[in-house]
Write a protein that binds this ligand. Structure first.
Ligand code: HEC
Length: 106
């Protein structure tokens, strides 16, 4: 049953970011994904405060750990102790795109 759920989640996300995946520029695709799914709480650009104060701006993540550490978290679904934080399971392609975008913020 667990596998079935993952397939469904993958299909839903593929549909969600269908437009972005077609984008040939991974950095743009990664940014588009974050803008759609994460920007409601996190600052995703080089400047500006997070809309939700408790959510760290993505440009600060690389100060905490190499952003590659997020690959696993994104593939398995980010789970933090914070109830506001949704679970996201990403396709490998989109994970690479998100990491590529995060590197542009360093
Ligand atoms: C509804 C608000 C909300 C949304 C949407 C959201 N986050 Fe978060 N996120 C948070 C909060 C709040 C924290 C801080 C959690 C804590 O400190 O326990 C956080 C923390 C994080 C962290 C830091 C975890 C760590 O190592 O300390 C990462 C990475 C992260 N979010 C990634 C994402 C990504 C990627 C998305 C989009 C797929 C996303 N978040 C969407 C609220 C959100």
């Amino acid at each position: 049953m667990k596998g079935f759920g993952l397939i469904l989640a993958g299909a839903a996300i593929a549909t969600l970011v269908g437009g972005a995946v077609a984008d040939p520029d991974p950095v743009e695709a990664g940014r588009a994904f974050l803008a759609e799914n994460c920007a409601g709480c996190h600052a995703i650009d080089a400047e500006g405060a997070s809309p939700l104060e408790a959510a760290p701006p993505f440009r600060d993540l690389h100060r905490l750990y190499p952003v590659e550490y997020l690959e696993e978290a994104l593939a398995e679904g980010i789970v933090t102790g914070h109830p506001d934080m949704p679970q996201a399971v990403l396709e490998p392609e989109m994970i690479a795109a998100v990491i590529a975008y995060l590197h542009t913020l360093e």
